[in-house]
Design a protein around this ligand. Structure first.
Ligand code: DX5
Ligand code: ZN
Length: 222
C-alpha cells in the first residue's frame, strides 16, 4: 500500500503554525495530524477547535484530529464544525463511560459527513476495537503512551499492526487505513510499514530534521 505521511504539528512552533502548515503542504505530506490534549486524559493541554478552524483555510490537506480527551462525544461538534476531515477517539476514554460509547462517538462523527477512527494505547490489545472496525475509516495504534512528542517507539505495537491488517482483510476492508503514532523515524517507519501500517504520524523526526521535505520523502520511501 502507498504510505501516507501525517506530520504532527505538536512539534511545530505554535507561534508560527501557518508556516508549519505551508511546510507540510510543500513537502508532500498527505495529512496534517492535530494532537488535541485536554490536561485530563493526558497531562498536557495543547489546543482546541479554534486552532483547527484557523488552520483550515491554510491548506487543502486533510486535517487528522487525534482527540486525547475525556468524554470525546461532547467535543465532536467543535472539531467537525472547525473543519476536521477525520476525527479519531481513544478506546480508553470511551470504554470507561460505557461499552457502547465508542461506537456511538464514531457514529456521531460520521453524522457530520467526515471520517472517523478508533485509537488504542500501547497497553491495550487491538482486539478491543475489532467490534468497531466496520464503522472506522482508520484505526490508530499508539506506539508511545500519548501526551508527549519525542518518545521512543515501542516495538510491541508491531504484532498489533499485523493483527489489525489481517482482521481488516478478514472483514472485507483490506485497504483500511492503519495509522501508527509515536516515535516514527526512518528506521521505525520501515518496521511499521512492513507490519502493515500505511499512515505514519511523525512529529519530532520531521520538525527536528535539517530538511523537512527530505525527511518526509525518507519516511514515505518504505
Ligand atoms: C503523542 C502524539 C503524537 C506525537 C508524535 O501523544 O499523539 O502524535 O505528536 O510525536 P513524535 O513523532 O515526536 O513521537
Ligand atoms: Zn497523535
Amino acid at each position: 500500500m502507498q504510505i501516507k505521511i501525517a506530520p504532527s504539528i505538536l512539534s511545530a512552533d505554535f507561534s508560527r503554525v501557518g508556516d508549519a502548515i505551508r511546510l507540510c503542504e510543500e513537502s508532500g505530506a498527505d495529512l496534517i495530524h492535530c494532537d488535541v490534549m485536554d490536561g485530563s486524559f493526558v497531562e498536557p493541554i495543547t489546543f482546541g477547535g479554534q486552532m483547527v478552524k484557523n488552520i483550515r483555510p491554510l491548506t487543502g490537506l486533510p486535517l487528522d484530529v487525534h482527540l486525547m480527551v475525556e468524554h470525546p462525544k461532547t467535543q465532536i461538534k467543535f472539531f467537525a464544525e472547525a473543519g476536521a476531515d477525520i476525527i479519531t477517539v481513544h478506546y480508553e476514554a470511551c470504554s470507561k463511560i460505557s461499552p457502547d460509547y465508542l461506537g456511538e462517538t464514531l457514529s456521531l462523527i460520521k453524522s457530520y459527513g467526515i471520517k472517523c477512527g478508533a485509537v488504542v494505547n500501547p497497553d491495550v490489545p487491538v482486539e478491543k476495537i475489532f467490534p468497531v472496525f466496520g464503522l472506522c475509516d482508520m484505526v490508530v495504534l499508539m506506539s508511545v503512551f500519548p501526551g508527549y512528542g519525542g518518545q521512543r517507539f515501542m516495538e510491541g505495537v508491531l504484532p498489533k499492526i499485523s493483527a489489525a491488517r489481517a482482521y481488516a482483510a478478514s472483514v472485507g476492508k483490506p485497504e483500511l487505513d492503519i495509522e501508527v503514532d509515536g516515535g516514527i523515524n526512518a528506521k521505525t517507519a520501515r518496521l511499521a510499514s512492513a507490519a502493515g501500517a500505511n499512515v505514519l504520524v511523525a512529529g519530532s523526526a520531521l520538525f527536528g530534521a535539517p530538511d523537512f521535505a527530505s525527511a518526509v520523502a525518507e519516511l514515505a520511501r518504505q
